[in-house]
Design a protein around this ligand. Structure first.
Ligand SMILES: NC(=O)c1ccc[n+]([C@@H]2O[C@H](COP(=O)([O-])OP(=O)(O)OC[C@H]3O[C@@H](n4cnc5c(N)ncnc54)[C@H](O)[C@@H]3O)[C@@H](O)[C@H]2O)c1
Ligand SMILES: O=C(O)C(=O)C[C@@H](O)[C@H](O)[C@H](O)COP(=O)(O)O
Ligand SMILES: [Zn+2]
Length: 364
């Protein structure tokens, strides 16, 4: 049974998809059978090595309820987002006799839920899946919205599908075992939601940045709820990123290039932090963003311990990788910038000198 103070945010179906709920609370796993539904006989629990125990507890629990439940352990973090690991999961589903009425449960951080969702999208051309995010970043961003995918040698998330989950269970207890480094990485996406849509988020973090770094902070649930609401509002109207959804990519054009350049040893949130400072500088240099809002990026990100600079000698490589960003159109690079707080816009084909000048502001 979940506790009474569970919060529920509905993500509206668009593009012909079913709406689903994101639950935020404690002891939410009792919700799983309802989400799995009555038609399923088999459930595959995809989890990372770090959550081997959680994965097994969940598998056993589902087996006790009569499902043929298998646990599929995958590597931690970005090492799971590969074609080889996806193929390993497909093999496990094939060997279990997984049919179209069976269900995948992805338990873990954003890397695991991106993979699990992609496996669900591709197996038999699409089976039901449920996300159980266990990181801040997974709860506020990755598990919500149906973007699923894996990386290729050429870049981040280059293969994937839009395949929304049937439900998202954000159990706050999971955050207690999260290393502080990973907790803080998730704050980058929360801060992103603050800049693009809900500045109250920034006020809450600025009031007590140290408290924002732990799950015991006074505003933890509110920060999660507000960020999930931003994501839910955006994806509800534009699942397939044909317009407004691009604002969720704020800071990501450079971030994904940094992640690839660092062979995915940087956490996504850390790269997004640097990417947002770059985007803010680009906005300022393009004459679209005021100085105070641009400077606020560095201040709030630094206050929680996120990086705001990156080594300065890598620009040509970063630029080359940014060209395959999903927002690019032909040879045209496109960036999300701000024209003020909560006023995101697209900057198309910026002058190379402008990009270089913005890069100089983040170069270590
Ligand atoms: N699909 C989307 O819309 C979307 C949105 C944002 C980010 N993402 C993706 O999410 C990924 C980043 O996700 P992340 O920051 O959650 O990192 P992650 O999934 O790499 O997890 C970080 C580490 O923490 C471990 N871990 C997870 N939960 C834990 C827990 N409760 N206790 C202890 N350890 C735990 C993981 O095994 C991993 O080693 C990136 O691949 C990014 O591209 C996707
Ligand atoms: O949901 C979205 O849309 C986002 O852009 C959210 C991002 O935080 C996330 O990192 C996403 O995976 C990036 O997607 P991509 O399309 O740039 O690969
Ligand atoms: Zn992101």
């Amino acid at each position: 049974m979940n506790t009474d103070d569970t919060q529920r945010i509905t993500v509206g179906g668009s593009a012909g998809t079913e709406p689903y709920d994101v639950l935020i609370g404690r002891q939410l796993l009792g919700e799983l059978p309802k989400l799995i539904g009555e038609k399923a006989k088999r459930v595959a629990v995809i989890h990372p090595e770090a959550l081997a125990e959680t994965g097994e507890v969940l598998r056993q629990d589902l087996a006790d309820q009569g499902y043929e439940a298998v646990a599929v352990q995958v590597p931690n973090a970005e090492e799971a987002k590969t074609a080889e690991v996806a193929a390993y999961c497909w093999k496990a589903l094939g060997q279990t006799g997984f049919t179209r009425t069976d269900v995948i449960v992805g338990v873990g951080g954003g890397a695991t839920t991106d993979l699990a969702g992609f496996v669900a999208a591709s197996w038999l051309r699409g089976v039901r899946w449920i996300a159980v995010p266990t990181t801040v970043l997974g709860m506020v961003d990755a598990a919500v919205g149906g973007k699923t995918g894996i990386n290729t040698a050429e870049g981040k998330n280059l293969v994937g599908a839009f395949h929304p989950p049937a439900g998202v269970l954000c159990d706050l207890a999971a955050l207690e075992s999260l290393p502080v480094h990973d907790y803080v990485s998730g704050l980058a996406e929360i801060i992103k939601a603050g800049f693009i849509a809900d500045p109250v988020i920034l006020d809450l973090i600025e009031k007590d940045p140290e408290a924002a770094r732990t799950p015991a902070g006074p505003h933890t649930t509110e920060l999660l709820r507000r960020s999930i609401q931003v994501k839910a509002d955006v994806v509800s109207g534009d699942l397939k990123e044909s317009g407004r959804r691009e604002i969720l990519n704020y800071g990501h054009t450079l971030a994904h290039a940094i992640e690839k350049n660092e062979r995915y040893e940087w956490r996504h949130g850390a790269a997004v932090a640097v990417g947002m400072v770059f985007a803010a500088e680009l906005g300022r240099i393009a004459g679209r963003l005021d100085d105070a809002t641009a400077d606020r990026h560095r201040a709030v990100l630094t206050s929680v311990g996120l990086p705001v600079t990156y080594r300065g000698d890598q620009w040509p490589r970063l630029l080359e990788t940014m060209r395959v960003d999903k927002k690019s159109r032909g040879d045209l690079l496109r960036f999300i910038v701000l024209e003020g707080l909560a006023r995101p816009a697209v900057l198309e084909g910026p002058d190379p000198a402008m990009l270089l000048a913005a890069h100089a502001e983040i170069a270590a």
